[in-house]
Design a protein around this ligand. Sequence first.
Ligand code: MRU
Length: 358
Amino acid sequence: MNNTKEKTMSSFTSTIRTIEWKDTFSRMVDQTKFPEKFEYIDIKTGDEMFDAIRTMIVRGAPAIGIAGAHGIVLYAQELEKQYNNRSEFIDKLLEKAQYMKTSRPTAVNLMWACRKQIDIIESSTSDIAGIIEELKQNAVKLENEDIDINKRIGDYGAEVVPKGAAILTHCNAGALATVGYGTALGVVRSAFAKDNTIHVFADETRPRQQGARITTLELTKDGIPVTLITDGMCSYFMKKGMIDMVCVGADRIAANGDTANKIGTYTVAIAAKYHNIPFYVAAPLSTIDTSIKTGDDIIIEERSHDEVTMINGKPICPEGVKVINPGFDVTPAELITGIITEKGILRPDYKKSIKEIF
Ligand code: MRU
């Protein structure tokens, strides 16, 4: 850890709010509509939330954690209409909460946030209406904390961004992957607040193009300079000396620092190591899964083959071609310069620094 003192908050103002609890339903930005439309969708049932997570209307590890927490409130509201008996209500709700966790397998924030709601269901002494109220309050608390945590991550990260740096990022670990502000792009926002000469290189991020569709959109909205490149270009620009550091997000970090993030991150980390460029991971502590010893134990989501064989609904290869589509890969800890958290920057040996922070 390089710093444990309390941070003063970042001065950068970002207006994007990805997801918000609205009294009886959840409102979120529909990320399947980018870049044509920036519009909100209201999710009113638990099953709708399960599908919103699965189909990536909402995506990004911290954002799907909050979505899961909202989803459990939605299920609770539905079950209240079906069950008068408190223990039957609780049994059924616990079943639904476990189900919500299965909407996507890799990002541990989803399991973490659902666990927080499950703890309330299991420990509450309130009646049915009281339990629902406690679940709502907790969901809103987690939401607000997420923005606060990201600002702290951003401020710690900004300390390691060189003056005028070109920062390469992969996928979208921005405001749109969280409730607001972002993790890797939180670092960019905080750094930009201090030095408006920094610049972002955004990998396109095949196959779902989160870099092209989401990262460039949110940075442009906030007036932060960004250049879009395709995934295969990063080593070319590194060799030319055009990249000063890499900063990415994470979906799950094992107890030894091995980090699962969007497929392609591992390739970027290898290229960065070869070119002697610092490679940082920015993530809240809730992304660290200390129950998992190494990255080998992280479940990697296998997604629809259509994501690879089609672009914008049109085939890009002969029909029937063999495809494999893992959504994430694992970057070994030895390639990671630092893990930027809300409590400071963890440094190798991660087994030790992660153990200390918990
Ligand atoms: O499949 P996605 O778009 O949910 O994947 C998102 C990522 O891999 C992000 O980099 C990660 O969740 C960190 S978000 C702060």
